[in-house]
Design a protein around this ligand. Structure first.
Ligand code: 5RP
Length: 218
């Protein structure tokens, strides 16, 4: 099976968490795109979808699926999104697609976060994927120096402006043995909007496609 088929297995399985009438948060990335395609086929009569990026909003709309403004909804029953790394405690690294800040907002507004992925994302610990940090452009160099002081090697993601008008620094070399502490530490640097560690708001359920079938953890 190719990776796409494994992602599709997880994306299809996530449909069972959606009930008619719900507001559903939708993530960003190739696995989330497969989930959106599955939603288009399933045509569940939900109240609407809250998109975690402009790209997701456009894809939902292109399939005629109703998009809601987060400011017009209350708490969201369920959020479905992919990840770049998943540890055994359901803590994640996200932001490979640059949408980490809005993803964390929608995930935090959701009562349940269902993470969908192929099983290459299953890791014993976080830290091999470069950590995305969204930074206000004015503070780019200052924040990069602070990240170096934390042990990291930040690299500016080329030609990327986030949906919030910011830049992304991809950081290797950080010690993520305490992901929650590092999430908070990085977010305390002035100029950082958010970073891709999802430890404060980790996933509640992980669905992973694998060669031997769906892995479901809760
Ligand atoms: C985007 C993300 C994605 O969920 C993450 O990068 C995984 O992407 P993919 O489903 O393409 O493997 O965090 O900001």
């Amino acid at each position: 099976m190719d990776v796409r088929a494994l992602k599709e297995m997880a994306a299809e399985a996530a449909l069972s968490y959606i009930q008619p009438g719900m507001v559903v948060g939708v993530g960003t990335g190739s696995t989330s795109n497969l989930f959106i395609d599955a939603l288009g086929r399933a045509q569940i009569h939900v109240e609407g979808y809250v998109a975690s990026s402009l790209a997701t909003e456009a894809r939902l709309k292109s399939l005629g699926l109703p998009v809601l403004d987060l400011n017009a909804t209350g708490d969201i029953p369920v959020y479905i999104d992919g990840a770049d790394e998943i540890d055994p405690h359901f803590r994640l690294i996200k932001g490979g697609g640059g949408a980490l800040t809005r993803e964390k907002i929608v995930a935090s507004a959701a009562r349940r976060f269902i993470c969908i992925a192929d099983n290459s994302k299953d890791k014993p610990a976080l830290g091999s994927f470069p950590l995305p940090v969204e930074v206000i452009p004015f503070a780019r160099s200052f924040v990069a120096r602070q990240l170096v002081k934390l042990g990291g090697s930040p690299v500016l993601r080329k030609d990327v402006t986030t949906d919030n008008g910011n830049v992304i620094l991809d950081v290797t070399g950080l010690d993520l043995t305490d992901p929650l502490a590092m999430e908070m530490r990085i977010n305390s640097i002035p100029g950082v909007l958010d970073n891709g560690i999802f430890a404060q708001r980790r996933a509640d359920v992980v669905l992973m496609g694998s060669e031997s079938g769906l892995i479901s953890r809760a």
